[in-house]
Design a protein around this ligand. Sequence first.
Ligand SMILES: Cc1ncc(COP(=O)(O)O)c(C=O)c1O
Length: 401
Amino acid sequence: MAKPPSDDHAPATRLVNAGRRAEWTGAVVNPPVWRASTHLYANMAELRAGRPNEDGHFYYGRRGAPTQWALCDALTGLEPGATGTVLYPSGVSAIAGALLAVLRPGDVVHITDNAYEPSRVTGLGILREFGIEARFFDPLDPEAFAASIGDTSKAVLLESPGSLTMEVCDIPALAAIAHDRGLVSVFDNTWAGPLGFAALEKGADITVMSLTKHVGGHSDLMMGSASAGPRFYPKLRRRAQSLGLVVSPDDASLALRGLRTMGLRLTRETDSALEIARWLESCEDVARVLCPMLPGSPGHDLWRRDFTGGCGLFSFVLKGGTFEARDRLIDALGLFGIGYSWGGFESLAIPVDPAPIRTASPWPLAGEDSADRFGVRLSIGLEEPADLIGDLERGLAAWRG
Ligand SMILES: Cc1ncc(COP(=O)(O)O)c(C=O)c1O
């Protein structure tokens, strides 16, 4: 929906106030959970006159009601350059929904090789079935991306840092190439979110997030969003409506609750991640720490140039070792759960094995022949970092056997 009156307060203040319109909240702080399929009209004249196809106008449940509108409004308010936000039932459906809004049969979509695996699956699955070719490129090589663009290229899907391998891409350069060649750039901003990376201002046309991660923040909801300026927001909205995509007001209410504390959680998780990354860097068993916020880590200079924040998600690569030894390490962790998501209040660990899926750039980054190939991804939560370090010490002892 239309952006609220301009708000130049700091992000922390905007996180508290975003989306809290009096007409939606009444005399209480939060918008109630409006459970609604049917929206009623006063009489035939009102039904015939219709209502605008925009958030803020009751029409029918698929177009949402104030709980979803408040969340859209809040996300739009946090994203510099956005005029509107569309909600999706998951981050993956936001990525697919955004791509389906701008691609047609016969088009080529370029996808960064470090993209989240289900994004690749979207490119190689449903898009291919609809006659769209997915072409992968090295995330660290803007020239290779430029060279791979052809006459039928229509869009590019970017992600930075890669959510497993943590490469920080030169998004302004990649987006500028896309722009010059007439491609729509869709950027998965789940890692930093709008507080840490102003995606539209840095050149992306559409910015997508899995709200399942930092916005929800409590590992109890699935949702995604796509935000854009006046050129692409109406396309996103039309496509989402034609696909019948809608999120429940209960989940929208949980996401709004999560959003209010997202800044605090991100600050804490970023600080803790940095402390733990520094400690890992000093460990003999660790070959490399892939944490964009850590000076000396790959991509740190670009992160400093383009980002205003980080988060608790990073990876590290073990020195040598075996598959089984890494399993022992992860199994020995007591505070880190084993699970695929991230951005919750609780810490998680999973193995990183992207080599078989990458097609345009090698993993490990040190080269195919590197013995250091067993990675672990950590999502740092709100626990005391010293306790998490103690847990990792136990894990590394198990790794050594
Ligand atoms: C970078 C990234 N984008 C998108 C998604 C998909 O989000 P969801 O799980 O909400 O579908 C994920 C999930 O892990 C992710 O890591």
